[in-house]
Design a protein around this ligand. Structure first.
Ligand SMILES: Nc1ncnc2c1ncn2[C@@H]1O[C@H](COP(=O)(O)OP(=O)(O)O)[C@@H](O)[C@H]1O
Ligand SMILES: CC(=O)OP(=O)(O)O
Ligand SMILES: [Mg+2]
Length: 452
């Protein structure tokens, strides 16, 4: 049983072909800069070297066709595309309509189309992927897995905005939340690491990649999340502004005579860490240019007293005076915002918190950011193990970075959204899937070993 999953982003297509019987990845890849004359294709057949080449792929239909061509080509893993049992698609916005993964038919396609106005950057490419696949392989079942579905358990008092109520009723203006498959995956893995049933587990999961979102999880269900009506709300991101005073865009639109589309473009693509530094959105660049030596932080950070603001600011950066000040500032802003969310979700969970999880590109790979977020929280029962924190990255696999006696654990868990797409695709087709909350995923089992 071979399942293909597709994640069609605004300028990229990620794909993963998995053999369910053998529990083995057959091929995976990424096409970047879709829509340009030199899209870059990265293709990896399991056990072989990754092939990288450039090609003109002017839209998502062309990119999806390229994926199929690769899978049956000379470096392919299929002799016929009809060997594929089913195809799962990530769909970012499911609105209030889709509370679980769903078999795609024409009605579902037209609803996803209607929801495009709520997620203009995300749903159109998702839909393009679905349509291209349907045209090429009309007889293979396709399943949509929605980012928003995991957050359908959030109560109204956490999702209603303080705006005219009829905006919610008529236009669907509310918090939806995103990255659901990632929050779902890491929360289930965290319960396994805690040796608890997911229904008895309270967590705060921090997905820190290019997009950043946090989730408060009570008894295994999402009760609040930082992204909102769109993936623009929440903490500061690579290029997205996150939480700001809503009056600012209106004020600046008038000042600079910008259209709503131009303003959306600035808020989505020219703000965030890129806006602050003026140069970088990739955290590796920001960290390198801030020139902070994490190995020197330990001794510098021991004597800091709460209340001494200047001291608080200087201690971490004492040895970084040569660093780019805007990169240092960007890092501090990011860490500070994460701490504020942690604080508010700790209260949302009534202080009953089993673990905090760091995941996605930055969460998994930046000991510095984790340190800046977790320092001086001993009073809340969070006691970091500095050596383990330094060691943990995507290749270490799942690891606790707190001391054994820490009341609240902190885990680094490499996310695996594709695994959720694959399992949901199979579960929906098998007919025994009621909801992702009640469904028992294979990665909830103790003996499950994540693929590296
Ligand atoms: N070693 C590292 N240290 C800090 N950040 C890293 C490291 N490796 C990757 N990243 C960051 O991870 C981010 C991408 O994360 P990822 O989860 O792949 O994002 P997305 O899926 O949203 O594209 C980039 O900003 C990149 O800089
Ligand atoms: C919803 C969202 O922000 O997704 P991504 O992080 O993949 O851009
Ligand atoms: Mg991602």
């Amino acid at each position: 049983m071979k399942v293909l999953v597709l994640n069609c982003g605004s300028s990229s297509v990620k794909f993963d072909l998995f053999d369910w019987k053998l529990q083995k990845n057959l091929a995976k890849g990424l096409i970047e800069r879709v829509g340009t004359i030199n899209a870059t294709v990265h293709y990896n057949r399991s056990g072989h070297q990754t092939i990288v080449y450039q090609k003109e792929l002017k839209d998502h239909t062309k990119a999806v066709n390229e994926v199929f061509t690769l899978l049956i080509g000379k470096d392919g893993v299929l002799s016929d595309l009809n060997e594929i049992y089913a195809i799962g698609h990530r769909v970012v916005h499911g609105g209030e309509k889709f509370k679980k993964s769903t078999l795609i038919d024409n009605k579902v396609i037209s609803t996803i189309q209607k929801l495009s106005s709520l997620a203009p950057l995300h749903n159109p490419p998702n839909l393009a992927g679905i349509l291209a696949t349907k045209e090429l392989l009309p007889n293979i079942p396709q399943v949509a897995i929605f980012d928003t579905a995991f957050h359908s358990t959030i109560p109204d008092f956490a999702y209603i905005y303080a705006l005219p109520f009829e905006w919610y009723e008529k236009y669907g203006i509310r918090r939806y939340g995103f990255h659901g498959s990632s929050h779902l995956y890491v929360s289930r893995r965290a319960a396994v690491m805690l040796d608890k049933h997911i229904k008895d587990t309270n967590l705060i999961t921090l997905h820190i990649g290019n997009g950043v979102s946090f989730c408060a999880i009570k008894s295994g269900a999402s009760i609040d999340t930082s992204m909102g009506f769109t993936p623009l709300q929440g903490a500061v991101m690579g290029t997205r502004c996150g939480d700001i005073d809503p009056a600012i865009p209106l004020y600046m639109q008038e000042k600079l005579k910008l259209s709503p589309t131009q303003m959306m473009d600035i808020l989505n693509k020219k703000s965030g860490l890129l806006g602050i530094t003026g140069k970088y959105y990739d955290r590796r660049d920001i960290i390198n240019n801030a020139k902070i030596d994490i190995n020197s932080i330990d001794e510098l950070d021991t004597e800091n007293l709460i209340g001494d603001i200047e001291q608080e600011h200087l201690s971490i950066f004492k040895k970084a005076e040569e660093g780019d000040p805007r990169c240092m500032l960007a890092l501090q802003i990011e860490a500070y915002e994460i701490r504020k969310y942690l604080g508010s979700y700790f209260f949302a969970l009534n202080g009953y918190l089993d673990a905090i999880v760091f995941t996605a590109g930055v969460g998994e790979n930046s000991p510095l950011l984790r340190y800046m977020v977790l320092r001086k929280l001993e009073n809340l029962g969070i006691i970091l193990d500095k050596d383990k924190n330094l060691k943990a990255d995507s290749s270490t696999g799942e690891i606790a970075i707190t001391k054994d006696y820490s009341k609240v654990k902190v885990f680094v868990i490499p996310t695996d959204e594709e695994r959720v797409f694959i399992e949901d695709t199979i579960a929906v087709l098998s007919g025994n899937y009621k909801s992702h909350i009640s469904y028992e995923y294979s990665f909830q089992k103790k003996n499950y070993k994540p693929l590296k």
